[in-house]
Ligand binder design. Structure first.
Ligand SMILES: Cc1cc2nc3c(=O)[nH]c(=O)nc-3n(C[C@H](O)[C@H](O)[C@H](O)COP(=O)(O)O)c2cc1C
Length: 219
């Protein structure tokens, strides 16, 4: 599989903003001159050096269980793409990697799939391939606030045969994207309705890179 981050969406598909936006995300992320001016937080982590560990390395066991699934390590490959033609390669490779190392996996937003079921192959490129031990579907929290929201969330979990669902909070992104959904009221209530609808499938709520810990309305 060859990643083609420069490829454009066909004109008919580009009319659907969410898939075109996903193609743009991949194109931008693959550019060498993209700089991240705020650190990812890894700079705050210091690994303590132990000159005399008194423990065999083979005894170190980082296996863990998360949402009822056994993972080889507390590692989640999280939520980047789906829907665009270019997502096929990215998801195929990342799902294979997650499956082979025993890590958890999350698809990017399933909005494009709910609009067009033919896009399923861009989320699950090889239905016969081994699945990661934990696979998590993903939808924007603003997209589940309507009357049909909980049913849509349920459909997405079923289409992907997901073990859990992430609802992502991205009001800043939605506000600055031309096709963004900026109806932010009632989102907390919608999250509760989704949880009730798809129980016992677990629901996680995640931000998309701008933090939840600051500001009056943080959760
Ligand atoms: C190219 C790209 C696309 C992303 N698309 C999504 C998405 O569709 N849904 C989502 O929940 N998060 C999305 N994210 C956000 C990531 O899942 C993650 O939350 C974000 O990068 C912050 O996590 P970090 O601080 O651990 O890197 C995307 C990130 C990148 C770089």
């Amino acid at each position: 599989m060859g990643v083609d981050p420069g490829g454009a969406e066909p004109a008919s598909r580009a009319a659907d903003g969410s898939a075109a936006r996903k193609a743009e995300h991949l194109r931008i992320a693959a550019r060498l001159d993209v700089l991240h001016e705020t650190p990812a937080g890894l700079d705050a982590i210091r690994l303590r050096h132990r000159a005399l560990p008194e423990r065999d390395l083979d005894e170190v066991d980082i296996r863990t269980s998360f949402l009822g699934r056994e993972l080889a390590a507390p590692l989640l490959i999280s939520a980047m793409t789906g829907g665009a033609r270019q997502s096929f390669d990215v998801n195929g490779r990342l799902m294979a990697a997650a499956a082979s190392v025993g890590a958890a996996w999350s698809w990017g937003s399933g909005r494009a799939l709910l609009r067009d079921r033919d896009r399923l192959t861009t989320y699950v490129p090889d239905p016969q391939a081994p699945r990661p031990p934990l696979s998590i579907a993903n939808l924007g929290a603003t997209h589940v606030r309507g009357r049909d929201g909980p049913a849509q969330a349920e459909q997405l979990v079923e289409l992907l045969e997901a073990d859990a669902l992430f609802l992502h909070l991205n009001p800043l992104q939605e506000a600055i994207q031309p096709e963004g959904d900026t109806r932010f009221s009632g989102v907390l209530d919608a999250i509760g309705r989704v949880v009730g609808r798809i129980a016992p499938v677990p629901v996680g709520v995640k931000e998309v890179g701008f933090r939840t810990s600051e500001g009056r309305s943080s959760v």
